[in-house]
Design a protein around this ligand. Structure first.
Ligand code: MV4
Length: 445
């Protein structure tokens, strides 16, 4: 087992990893920017190293500074968390060159799944259902028109280097294709330095349901069931739950098997998530694979009683998994609490937290790095807490979440707490009848 892990991240996920390391008897090293010198991850870790100024590019994305910190402190592994360097293959490669275990899959795997057209071709070869579309990249507008005429409009152009909505355009009819092509290419080139586009049939009104998987270094893979992430706004997830209200035992079996088959076919090592689009007929299609631990991992942990960070560290250290799949016996919901003003288009609202009362009690978990008197820096993601409710049934989990949202007091900044209070009362949510379009028509009162 590792003796000392450096956590190349900040905020709640850095704390989350440090806590499990403590339980496992593993020493921890925090890295921090000057904006984060008063952060809890710095205080909870055994050691802490300042790696640069507030801008992410000069601190949490500063590979030489992070590698130096690991060398100086003698860390034998690096946990990248999510975001930042978690899916950066160059970083994974440099860790390996320095004999430091990157807690995640091999660099080549990150590359293969990071290029969406390659990932899709890989999944198709493995027999996982994919959305009809181009075979790899589309070479020209003319070729795009040919493919679109075959698969029929509406179609969607996607950036192969993308994910999360950037460089994506829906095209409803042929005379819109050229303009969509040009703007998607320009946007992708600017955002990713890669303007490759592929095309798919556009699935109207899908659900976003993802399967958590874990693979060890010996080819064994298991799935840990699903999370429904359909409640999103501008490709930012706001709430996740498991089981999905749309799930059936039969669909879970089909999706779980497909996810395991996919991960096995590529010899996947580590925790990962296979994202699927699910249509109204419960047909599902591979969308993307995430090769990191995700923000929403706690809801899975709560319904299967399983520490995903612990298991992630164990497989990275070469420990075998049993290979058994896990099925939810409880219901969990996560609300992302962001320092944003939901009444002003979710505009970021950094600043000092003057007063804080975190909810608690039976079935409530709050993963956060903030405290009363803490100042949220304007430089990073606006998520300041994850509020997780777990209960025997969906109804009870909703009741618990509503109770916890009433208790939550955060003063000094605007947060998404009032938004969640309303979301959890809305008919579509309460009835479990929602898709990725749900937020488009949601009116905040
Ligand atoms: C789609 C789609 C419909 N049809 N692909 C959005 C982010 C990126 N990961 C893929 N996305 C979508 N791809 C086809 N062929 C609809 C979306 C989509 C979406 C997906 C998941 C969650 C929220 C979404 C919101 C809008 C569009």
């Amino acid at each position: 087992m590792f003796k000392k892990i450096l956590i190349a991240n900040r905020g709640e996920i850095a704390l989350r990893v440090i806590r499990t390391c403590r339980e496992m008897g593993i020493q921890t090293v925090a890295v921090y920017s000057t904006a984060d010198k008063d952060s809890l991850h710095v205080r909870f870790a055994d050691e802490a190293v300042c790696i640069g100024p507030p801008q992410s590019s000069k601190s949490y994305l500063n590979i030489p500074a992070i590698i130096s910190a690991a060398e100086i402190t003698n860390a034998d592994a690096i946990h990248p968390g999510y975001g930042f360097l978690s899916e950066n293959s160059k970083f994974a490669r440099i860790c390996k060159e320095h004999d430091i275990k990157f807690i995640g899959p091999e660099a080549d795997m990150i590359d293969k799944m990071g290029d969406k057209a390659t990932a899709k071709a890989t999944m198709k070869a493995a027999g996982v259902p994919i959305i009809p579309g181009s075979d790899g990249l589309v070479g020209s507008v003319a070729e795009g028109k040919k493919i679109a005429n075959k698969i029929k409009y509406p179609v969607i152009l996607k950036a192969t280097a993308g994910g999360g909505g950037k460089g994506m355009r829906v095209v409803w009819k042929e005379d819109e294709l050229e303009a969509a092509w040009d703007s998607a290419k320009t946007e992708s080139a600017a955002a990713f330095g890669n303007d490759g586009l592929y095309m798919e049939k556009f699935v109207v009104n899908p659900r976003h349901i993802e399967i958590q998987i874990i693979g060890d270094q010996y080819g064994t893979v298991a799935h840990l069931s699903e999370r429904d992430c359909s409640i999103q706004r501008r490709h930012q997830k706001l709430l996740e739950e498991t089981p999905s209200p749309f799930m059936t035992d039969e669909l879970r079996e089909r999706m779980g098997n497909a996810a395991v088959k996919a991960a096995k076919s590529i010899n996947y090592e580590g925790v990962g998530t296979i994202e699927f689009l699910v249509d109204a007929n419960r047909d599902f299609y591979f969308m993307e694979m995430n090769t990191r631990i995700q923000v929403e991992h706690p809801i899975t942990e709560e319904v299967i009683n399983y520490d995903l960070i612990r298991e992630q560290i164990k497989v990275a250290a070469g420990i075998k998994i049993s290979g058994k799949n896990y099925y939810p016996t409880m219901h969990a919901i996560e609300c992302r609490i962001n320092a944003e003003d939901p009444y002003k288009n979710f505009m970021p609202s950094p600043g000092k937290i003057l007063e804080l009362h975190k909810p608690g009690g039976h079935g409530i978990r709050v993963d956060t790095h903030v405290y009363a008197g803490y100042t949220i820096p304007p430089n990073y993601d606006s998520m300041i807490a994850k509020l997780i409710a777990v209960a025997q049934t969906r109804e009870e989990a909703i009741a618990k979440m509503r109770r916890a949202l009433r208790e939550f007091v955060i003063e000094g900044i605007k947060t998404t707490v009032p938004f969640h209070r309303q979301l959890l009362k809305s008919d579509g949510f309460v009835n479990g009848d929602y898709t990725t379009k749900y937020m488009d028509d949601f009116e905040l009162k």
